[in-house]
Design a protein around this ligand. Structure first.
Ligand code: G4P
Length: 536
């Protein structure tokens, strides 16, 4: 991994530095090719000599990103990390997101730290369950989405049908920037709609190196590809007739989504994606603040923690807090203020982290992601700032849908137990709920997806040395309540329970919506507010 050398950059030139940044995440339904595309993007930026070095999924070389035993065993990527590289004059910050829907809360947090998203769609499968949820999250957060139809090298749906599916099911208007030449399964190249030229691809062995491209004129394209070219031209004419043209303001407002066709595994269309990100994706802008104002890019340093992770590597048993810089210049060693506690925080150990790779970061600008090492005091959603105080809007906590009592299996390990629970809570791996009735030794863990339980249990045992037993509770629904309503809820609802989350929020939990409905009808005076559903 090559660090971006900013030491020579004029430190005061925050605006120019921010304007170079493109901070985005690749998101998709599992198996659409997210890891493969991440590798291909890094390869194109010539960070990595050969594809296969980023994610170590089954059979691929080396691993940088999936560090956890569980991830290796399951072949899924649970953790996320950030990859920074230069591309031309631009600085690309690519944030990795977990693929599995059980970790949608983690994905959501990553999406609070990006300025754009790249949505990958499998050409054969079209829009899948997680694709739909992620489109909804991006809409909710106002994140512009670039869509990449992947796996065009394999038989799949018709390109125009896919555009219809996007229009009908997401409400976004697709505005293809490129159009495939050759049907899915016979990918020859793309017609570049900006100038009508043909970008012809050449396949390389296993897609391991950058696929060479040549640009041909329409006439040369027709001579070479015949009917396949002619069909692409006709389909592009149809697109033009339906007004599927890119307009920057509509893209930024989340009305349209530019579309590219690609084959990540063969590196087809990956260069075009990087060019499009640089050309169209927004650079960082002033961040909205909790009081409804904005933190301008040129104001003193500010950032928020969107992810905390411990034990990323058995060789470094430490706690990393990932911050997204919102304003000002970050310089390693600067002492900033931790918003939640008002205490000073020294940034002596600031790193760029991608999986196991770490490098010190000396200077960083708005849009950049920095991993702060041994940041035990920092929790997800916390703000850091220099000079003028600022608070960013709190991160959304999703409504948990699964609950389990967590007990230590070894009573001699109660210190480790307590430390582990506190750590997992601070990282946002699980929500930790307590009540006087259950006591401190038996907190209730609440999650959006059950796989979070597995992660918690695995980490309690292997990282904190405190094996636990999880006893599932029959609840599936949590509502926000308050002190005044709690006794009423407990008295009136059968099987309900009131628990306090570690941030002080009181949650009333119910087995199903029926019990809740009866309670609401009988006791309308009780405060019972819905939380944000993970499905949005
Ligand atoms: P994910 O991170 O979104 O879950 O997907 P991942 O990149 O792991 O890709 C899922 C599978 O799809 C992998 O195959 C990968 O090689 C394949 N794939 C990704 N992009 C393309 C593409 O453009 N064309 C084709 N034909 N296949 C693609 P696998 O067999 O599960 O794993 P592997 O043995 O190839 O690593």
């Amino acid at each position: 991994m090559s660090a971006v050398d900013e030491r020579t950059a004029p430190a005061g030139d925050v605006l120019a530095q921010a304007a170079r940044r493109r901070t985005f995440a690749v998101i998709s339904h599992p198996d659409a090719g997210k890891s493969t595309l991440t590798e291909a993007l890094a390869l194109h930026a010539r960070v990595i000599g050969q594809a296969g070095a980023v994610h170590g999924k089954a059979g691929r070389r080396g691993t940088v990103s999936d560090w956890m035993d569980m991830e290796k065993a399951r072949g899924i990527s649970i953790t996320s990390a950030a990859l920074q590289f230069e591309y031309g004059d631009a600085v690309i910050n690519l944030l990795d997101t977990p693929g599995h829907s059980d970790f949608s809360e983690d994905t959501y947090r990553v999406l609070t730290a990006v300025d754009a998203a790249v949505m990958l769609i499998d050409a054969a499968k079209g829009l899948e369950a997680q694709t739909m949820k992620l489109f909804a999250v991006c809409r909710h957060r106002g994140i512009p989405v670039l869509t990449v139809v992947n796996k065009w090298d394999r038989p799949g749906k018709d390109a125009l049908e896919l555009m219809d599916e996007i229009t009908e099911r997401t409400g976004l208007t697709p505005t293809p920037l490129t159009w495939p030449v050759g049907i899915a399964g016979d990918f020859r190249g793309v017609l570049d709609r900006s100038d009508g030229s043909y970008r012809r691809f050449t396949r390389t062995a296993g897609g391991a190196t950058i696929a060479p491209e040549e640009t041909l004129s329409p006439d040369a394209a027709l001579a070479r590809e015949g009917d396949a070219w002619q069909q692409a031209v006709e389909e592009v004419e149809l697109l033009a007739a339906t007004g599927a043209e890119h307009e920057q303001s509509l893209f930024l407002d989340g009305v349209t989504t530019p579309v590219l066709f690609a084959s990540a595994v063969s590196n087809f269309g990956v260069g075009a994606l990087l060019d499009t990100l640089v050309g169209l994706a927004p650079a960082p802008t002033a961040a909205p603040t909790a009081d409804g104002g904005r933190r301008e890019l040129t104001e003193p340093f500010s950032a928020f923690v969107f992810k905390v992770q411990a034990g990323m590597d058995t060789a470094h048993r430490d706690r990393l807090a990932f911050i997204r810089i919102c304003s000002g210049v970050f310089e390693r060693g600067m002492v900033v203020t931790h918003g939640r506690t008002g205490r000073p925080f020294a940034t002596k150990y600031a790193q760029q982290v991608f999986g196991r790779d770490r490098e010190s970061v000396d200077v960083a600008y708005p849009g950049d992601v920095v991993g702060l090492v041994n940041a035990a005091a920092l929790g997800v959603g916390d703000t850091l700032y220099a000079e003028r105080p600022v608070a960013f809007p709190p991160l959304t906590t999703f409504a948990p849908e699964h609950f389990a009592v967590c007990r230590g299996r070894d009573t001699a390990k109660h210190k480790q137990f307590r430390k582990g629970i506190e750590q997992l809570d601070g990282e946002g791996v699980v929500q930790v709920l307590r009540s006087d009735r259950r006591g401190d030794q038996a907190p209730v863990l609440a999650v959006v997806g059950p796989m979070q339980f597995e992660v918690a249990s695995h980490r309690m045992e292997h990282e904190f040395g405190a094996p636990v037993e999880l006893e599932r509770l029959p609840y599936s629904l949590a509502m926000r309540t308050d002190e005044a309503s709690a006794p009423g809820v407990l008295a009136a609802a059968r099987n309900a329970e009131v628990l306090r989350r570690s941030d002080g929020e009181l949650l009333a939990v119910f087995p199903d919506k029926w019990g809740l409905r009866v309670l609401k009808e009988n006791k309308p005076e009780l405060t019972l507010e819905p939380m944000v559903a993970a499905q949005l």
